[in-house]
Design a protein around this ligand. Sequence first.
Ligand SMILES: Cc1cc2nc3c(=O)[nH]c(=O)nc-3n(C[C@H](O)[C@H](O)[C@H](O)COP(=O)(O)O)c2cc1C
Length: 437
Amino acid sequence: MAKQSGMGAGRGRTRQTGIYLRGLGGEKPGVPVQVAALQDAARRKLAAADFAYIAGGSGAERTLRANLAAFERLQLVPRMLSGQPERDLSVALPWQTLASPLLLAPIGVLEAAHPQADLAVARAAAAENVPFVFSSQASVPMEECAAAVGDSARWFQLYWSTDDEVTRSFIRRAEACGAAALVLTLDTTLLGWRPRDLDLGSLPFLRGQGLAQYLSDPVFRSRLAESQSGGSRSGEPLPALQDTPPATPALLRTAAQLRAAGKRFGLSFREMQNAAARFTATYTRPDLSWDDISRLRQWTELPIILKGILHPDDAREAMRRGANGLIVSNHGGRQLDGAVASLDALPGVVAAVPGLPVLLDSGVRTGSDIAKALALGARAVLLGRPYVYGLALGGEAGVREVIQNVLAEFDLTLGLLGVGAARDLGPQHLAPASLPG
Ligand SMILES: Cc1cc2nc3c(=O)[nH]c(=O)nc-3n(C[C@H](O)[C@H](O)[C@H](O)COP(=O)(O)O)c2cc1C
């Protein structure tokens, strides 16, 4: 399919009409268009632990629900008779123009959804001309994804390891593979309390999943060699898998998964055990501070985008420390349960940092949601779980359909609002009574 230009060129109608015309021949869309049906179909297809990891939130999942409720509450007010036959979906960031105000959020462990994982998503994003944010917890090394999609736009998301040399190595690799921006995630200095995963006793990383950036990293790998020769910086081997042969079916499965991951990266079973343990012990820094942001500023010339900002004072400090953009996000309700909904936090953050691009994720499900976030001042949004459900159901083609549906609805939403360009959305398109705060 040809790349879409910034002009909507009737994108919404083309998608809509295509579906209806194919329907005349009895054909249904490859993945459900309805949001709830999409999630439900993925739930039916995936293993329980994989679906739990993707869909679950932290605690009582209050923030997960609050994200969606905030979009439910906010209401649009269309203007009549200001016909806009063509809509311009493009938006500008200081370092890059986006064909539409949509990116694919960094999502770890995509192999839980589909064996082609990040590679399928990278290809789909490239085909739809939507930037994909490669995750630190990816299932495919960033170089492989970059090589598969030529010069298509990609960003890289970083978790700051307790081992600075690993962090710097990730940054160098992101620069070398053409990332246009570096997204530093701030809200995961500890892993949130996730009851769905806890009830299943399931953390994918311990089975070697979602570790591709680490297992392919020269610095991380050199630490494994150190730990084999008694180096002190490694985590301990996983107790459940130590020495005695794995006896239960579950342990046998885990051992097979670790072996398979090791084989892909030329690591022995023992090294894989060390790698999983070392990862768990080092992947994030509970004591990350604002001074580290200043250090990061010295380390790279890539635009730095801080993900997880919810308070206006943090937004101001980020700007002082040289951040080039912010992502208002609560990690899809997976970290601090009870945290404010992203959409509710957005206006305060936008007002605090005039001129700095503010993006949003957490709860974006439809094209109409994109319009609401932009009307509240977001420059663009990141789509999360819905594309993972598309991946689970249809691989690369499934992700493409989800992107096409969301952007088609966004285009039609602009048309129905009477707005000719995404950048023209503003508070004038929102019902005052539904505004947060
Ligand atoms: C399964 C899963 C894995 C995720 N992994 C990461 C990650 O590796 N890095 C990161 O910054 N955010 C990660 N996130 C958070 C997303 O980037 C994004 O903030 C979130 O999905 C938005 O919420 P929504 O999907 O409900 O809209 C993950 C989210 C999910 C659902």
